[in-house]
Design a protein around this ligand. Structure first.
Ligand code: MG
Length: 343
């Protein structure tokens, strides 16, 4: 028998997060614990409201998953397939938490960090970007100064003041930039912005057009001077083949795909289509961020800063040194709960 516990976790944001879709000050995530043979595996769900999920639906989903696991006598040691075989439809963030907890448990049982279970070199991690949310130019300048230890910045665009934000960043920094338009442009706007952004030392642009506009994306890519990455247009591996030729790469998020197992399939599928791979995140604590960071040796770009945007991260795990992700060497995810004094 495997035992489940879950607790709500509110993550408070350092700065109000302004996106093309709306503002937010805090996120309501869920911590999942799975206990088996005296060991406890940890996982985290960051439910996505856009896809009809919240803390309560994620909690119900992990309860259903553990019932299915126990009823069907699925051995949680078979962590590679267990989470997907009991997944609740429409609740990928809960499935991701369950998958994470099973892999954490497996690593703790075997005394090996997750990257070792995956056969990956923990030192082969890319630099990770730090997100500068949409704001007035003065606030953007202050945020960029705070972010000087990051090798790459990611700037959210998709509003009327778009170019002013980039100009404000460039007034104080020559760091490489990535831009995330969060579906905020039309085809015409995107064409004009891309030429201008290429001139400003931007290295890639994420999701310029609304998720379903794949044919328009093909036209845009044919004239784009910059690599274009899918985020809202891609959830799981099966979404990738139709994106070949429309995007240069994909952004994988554990909360959208349902965990490390599906993320590995997405990486393989993207590679088979000659596409590049980024791993991104939602607003997540160091628990889920560290789980995603274990995939870093397999990817081209990392965008794992959700934990760094919060003021009350209850966990410690992967860190950023010299702009690069550093993986913890403890067994499983290698994540620890911070003692309350460190908060
Ligand atoms: Mg994005």
């Amino acid at each position: 028998m495997i035992e489940l516990r879950h607790q709500p976790m509110e993550l408070r944001l350092r700065h109000t997060f302004r996106l093309a879709r709306g503002d937010s000050d805090a996120r309501q995530n869920l911590v999942v614990e799975l206990e088996h043979e005296g060991l406890v595996g940890l996982g985290e769900a960051a439910p996505i409201a856009r896809y009809g999920q919240d803390q309560a639906s994620a909690a119900r989903a992990v309860e259903t998953m553990v019932e299915r696991l126990n009823e069907r006598a699925i051995n949680p040691r078979h962590f590679a397939t267990a989470a997907q075989s009991v997944a609740v439809e429409g609740q990928p963030s809960a499935t991701a938490a369950f998958d994470m907890a099973l892999r954490d448990l497996a690593g703790k049982r075997l005394g090996a960090p997750l990257y070792e279970l995956l056969g990956l070199d923990p030192t082969a991690t890319p630099v990770t970007s730090f997100t500068i949310g949409m704001d007035d130019p003065e606030t953007v300048v202050a945020k960029v100064r705070e972010a000087s230890r990051f090798a790459v910045l990611k700037v959210k665009m998709g509003s009327a003041g778009d170019r002013k934000v980039i100009e404000a960043v460039r007034s104080v920094s020559d760091q490489p930039l990535r831009v995330d338009a969060n579906e905020g442009w039309t085809l015409g706007e995107a064409g004009a912005h891309l030429a201008w952004l290429a001139d400003k030392g931007v290295e890639l642009v994420e999701q310029p057009l609304p998720a379903g506009r794949i044919e328009e994306m093909r036209q845009l890519r044919a004239m784009s001077p910059l690599p274009l990455f899918a985020d809202e247009s891609v959830g799981v591996a099966a979404d990738i083949p139709k994106l070949a030729g429309a995007f240069d790469g994909i952004n994988i998020k554990l909360m959208k795909c349902g965990g490390i197992g599906e993320a590995l399939r997405m990486i393989a599928t993207a590679r088979a289509h000659g596409m590049q791979v980024m791993v991104g995140c939602m607003i997540e604590s160091s628990l889920a961020i560290t789980a995603a960071a274990h995939l870093a040796p397999l990817i081209d770009y990392a965008d794992l800063d959700g934990n760094l945007l919060c003021v009350n991260d209850p966990f410690a795990g992967a860190t950023v040194e010299g702009g690069r992700l550093v993986l913890p060497s403890g067994p499983g995810l290698g994540v620890q709960r911070r003692s309350t004094e460190d908060e």
